[in-house]
Design a protein around this ligand. Sequence first.
Ligand code: ADP
Length: 458
Amino acid sequence: MNIRAKLTLQFSIIVASILLLFSLSVYLLSDNYRREEFFSRLASRAITTVRLLVTVKEVDYNLLRIIDQNSIHQLFEEKLLVFNESNEMIYSSLDDFPLIYSDSLIAHVRTQKRVEYTVNNREAVGIVYTAAGEKFVVIASAFDRYGRSKLQNLGQVLIAGLILGIGIIILAGRIFAQQALRPLAIMNAEVASITAGSLNQRIPGGEQRDEIGQLAQNFNLMLERLEAAFAIQQQFVSNASHELRTPLAAISSQLQATLSKERSGAGYRKVLQSLVEDARTLTELTNGLLVLAQSGIDKQRAFFKPVRVDEIIFSAQTELLKSNPTYQFQIEYAQFPTDDSALQILGNDQLLRTAFLNFMDNACKFSPDHSVHVIVGFPKDGTIEICFADKGPGIHPEEQTKIFDPFYRASETSSRVRGHGIGLSLCARIVQLHKGNIRLESQLGEGSRFYVGFQTGG
Ligand code: ADP
């Protein structure tokens, strides 16, 4: 069942129930009022009759019957019985409508003083009347023709009103639900038409200040983010394939040139060495791309454990020295931590080692003396900041944010030093994953300082 049908049904059930309850209460209250009123009319008829019979000496049994029959107050199918102290019937109105009575009923009336009841749709009332020290019991019964026909009429009006009302409610409910859901239906149609190729499309309705407007706005914002992510992804793939193509093209042209004529053993060795170099570049590049892809997965945070920052720096140094024995490292603490926990952060040691290794590799790569100065500081309680300083060429102010984009290489160094431009974007992602921050201080010709800060603890 769709929301529109559900809304219509719920709305109709609620309003119809209220209408039904209202009609029922009106009917029952009216019936109650009719009975009360009829009982009091019956009682006053009974008292008038018994008073005439008992207290007015001039009126005898037969005269009373005549008066009774000609009274304008006579009720429909009225029957009146009067009993004396010893329960003997001393008066019965002429009408031959049956009025069932018993000794126990009379006794009951004597104890209760006034009894009201309904038998076979006829209202009856029993009253005790005291005159000249004698207690008479009068029972009067009649059919409330006028009241009942009014009530029947009211019942018919209410049933007709109810049927009509429910019909109108269902119709109104349908229209109401349709109108309330129209913006959603429009939005649904728009959303269904959005494909991977039309992420620039936006859905209307965002200007409305209601929940649907908010939904449209948030959906459009999500589309914007998706579009941006898609564009970055596409750019990344094309950059990655370009980067991979270069060493692959070099490998294949070298192989073709080598195979074109017979070579000496030394000649083959030279080519193979060059191929090893290209293969190493390819491996580095693919490894970097792999880590870059993995570092974007936020689920990694679930596997974070406490790690010591200085230990990771030393292990990155050892690893770098294996492939670059000429690199020089100076690692120091700005002030020595009082507590080991000041050096501990919550993170992934593999990823952090990759990031620190990249900062140190860049510093050594771009410094003429291939050295890096690493300073571990504690700027505020609960924070740790690692500074990677070098005496390299520095980075142009305009390029200082761009170097963190994948595949971006600064103009100053790109032609001279080997690289792919993914190291820093990888560092930025890893630091971001650890909820840390990176700041760069660099002046052309004077060197660069990359500061990486984290919250300690864990
Ligand atoms: P790669 O070093 O492989 O080129 P990175 O992403 O590590 O890639 O660096 C991007 C660019 O940022 C580098 O090509 C270089 O131009 C610039 N860069 C990074 N670190 C330094 C540094 N310490 N000194 C000067 N330039 C740097």
